[in-house]
Design a protein around this ligand. Structure first.
Ligand code: COA
Length: 153
């Protein structure tokens, strides 16, 4: 990982993310990955590149309604690069920046079908309950939260 570039998300990253996200996720990600998160909220997010190729990214923000809360909206790692700690790197980078900006907790959602995402969040020290219909009818989510900062940066 010596060549890894870690930077903010930029509006110009949208096309490259769109090209890869459905394949990386294994299903259509749809408008969850809205251009808004690149063009207007990009500087809150984290982009990982290796050999001029994207290898993962995180779309997130610091809540306007609750300024102590950082919120991860979407995050993904290239399947060819999973298990190397890149997902952890995305969260640690986001968490460090959000903490420096005043956030003391971080929230992320996981659908119940996404066992790897649930395991990932639990490994990173998140805890959370299942909330029925959280993002719409039949769309239950685990609503995970933990304190910032992360340990072991
Ligand atoms: C979830 C995801 C980001 C993890 O990325 P990653 O780079 O493989 O994660 P890391 O290597 O940092 O793993 C950290 C820990 O998470 C856990 N973990 C990661 N993937 C896991 C899996 N598939 N099953 C079980 N545990 C897993 C492991 O405990 C790991 O710790 P360890 O290395 O000490 O065992 C990646 O699987 C992914 O992109 N999934 C598809 C996108 C997605 O579902 N995003 C969430 C919804 S927005």
């Amino acid at each position: 990982m010596s060549d890894l570039i870690v930077r903010e998300v930029r509006g110009s990253d949208f096309a490259a993310a769109r090209e890869r996200a459905d394949d990386w996720m294994g299903r259509p990600v749809g408008l969850v990955m809205h251009r808004l998160f690149f063009e207007q909220l990009g500087p809150h997010g984290v982009w990982l590149e290796s050999d001029d190729e994207p290898v993962g990214f995180l779309l997130g923000l610091i809540s306007v309604a609750e300024p102590d809360l950082a919120y991860v909206h979407f995050h993904i790692v290239d399947p060819a690069r999973r298990g190397e700690g890149l997902g952890t790197r995305l969260y640690h980078e986001f968490g460090a920046r959000a903490h420096a900006a005043g956030a003391t907790r971080v929230r992320a959602l996981a659908p119940l079908w996404n066992a790897p995402s649930i395991a990932f969040h639990e490994r990173l020290g998140f805890a959370g309950d299942v909330r029925p219909d959280y993002v719409g009818p039949g769309e239950d989510r685990r609503v995970f939260e933990r304190a910032l900062p992360f340990e072991n940066r």
